[in-house]
Design a protein around this ligand. Structure first.
Ligand code: CP
Length: 265
């Protein structure tokens, strides 16, 4: 009933989602952007962490599919008065929604609700653990750019991999689809155990970028970092910032992606 991480999806299910998205994508360019697919369904966006892209995308998608959408954030809710995640979720469940889309700073928050509530839970990002809908969206973008081909393509994920749920979900998703994934970051921004991930790991960007078909950049996740992981920010920028010169080492026409939010420079 839930979407918690990409590990629960088979390759066929991912392809089915991408094909379905392809059909719905066209609705966005119609003069009347509305279809009745989710008429009568209630969707709650429960975002206790900030979001621009994910929250607005879910809200707009829900409305364009004729669902009733409702938003609850940390600011302005009783979470600020000390109510727990569980009690807030039980209160929402009492209103009988069909779907709760949750973003939370705790890894495992979506699973926690999925085990306790009968409605569907969609994980819109939990701590540094997973961001499955970002990975589905990135696969959708890559498939369009690569003319429906995933097999044998190479993608580099560059930046703060250690704190990134986007990196985790994308490594698992793209590996499932046959894409070879490279990771590049200073040693202190690579997660413990990264050598067991299905990806090739680099610390040197000039080596990592050679011949890749796409580069996905990540911001420094300052809200999840301990101090002192980078001795010098300008040195990090010198060694790991994607520049036009560095991009020339990728394949001609390589796609540059960023899940946002972006830190320029
Ligand atoms: N990509 C992404 O999750 O962006 P937001 O944090 O703005 O939702």
């Amino acid at each position: 009933k839930d979407l918690l991480d990409v590990t629960q999806l088979s390759k066929d299910e991912v392809m089915h989602l991408l094909d379905t998205a392809e059909q719905f994508h066209e609705i966005n360019s119609r003069p009347v952007k509305k279809v009745p697919t989710l008429k009568g369904k209630s969707v709650i966006m429960f975002f206790s962490e900030p979001s621009t892209r994910t929250k607005m995308s879910f809200d707009m998608a829900g409305k364009r599919l004729s669902a009733d959408t409702f938003a609850l954030g940390k600011s302005g809710s009783s979470l600020q008065k000390g109510e727990s995640l569980k009690d807030t979720a039980l209160t929402l469940q009492a209103m009988n929604p069909d779907i709760i889309v949750i973003r939370d700073s705790s890894s495992g928050a979506a699973q926690f609700l999925a085990e306790r509530l009968p409605c569907s839970i969609i994980n819109a990002g939990d701590g540094r653990h997973a961001h499955p809908t970002q990975a589905i969206l990135d696969s959708f973008t890559l498939r369009a750019h690569w003319n429906n081909q995933f097999e044998g393509k190479e993608l580099l994920i560059l930046g703060d991999v250690a704190h990134s749920r986007v990196a985790r979900s994308n490594v698992l998703m793209l590996n499932k689809l046959g894409v070879k994934v490279r990771l590049c970051a200073p040693r202190t921004l690579l997660p413990r155990g990264v050598d067991t991930w299905p990806a090739e790991v680099f610390t040197n960007l000039d080596q990592a970028i050679k011949g890749v078909d796409a580069v996905m950049c990540l911001r420094l996740q300052l809200e999840r970092q301990q101090a002192g992981l980078l001795p010098d920010l300008s040195e990090y920028s010198n060694t790991h910032c994607l520049t036009r010169r560095r991009l020339e080492e990728a394949k001609p026409g390589a796609l540059v992606m960023h899940p946002g939010p972006m830190n320029r420079g």
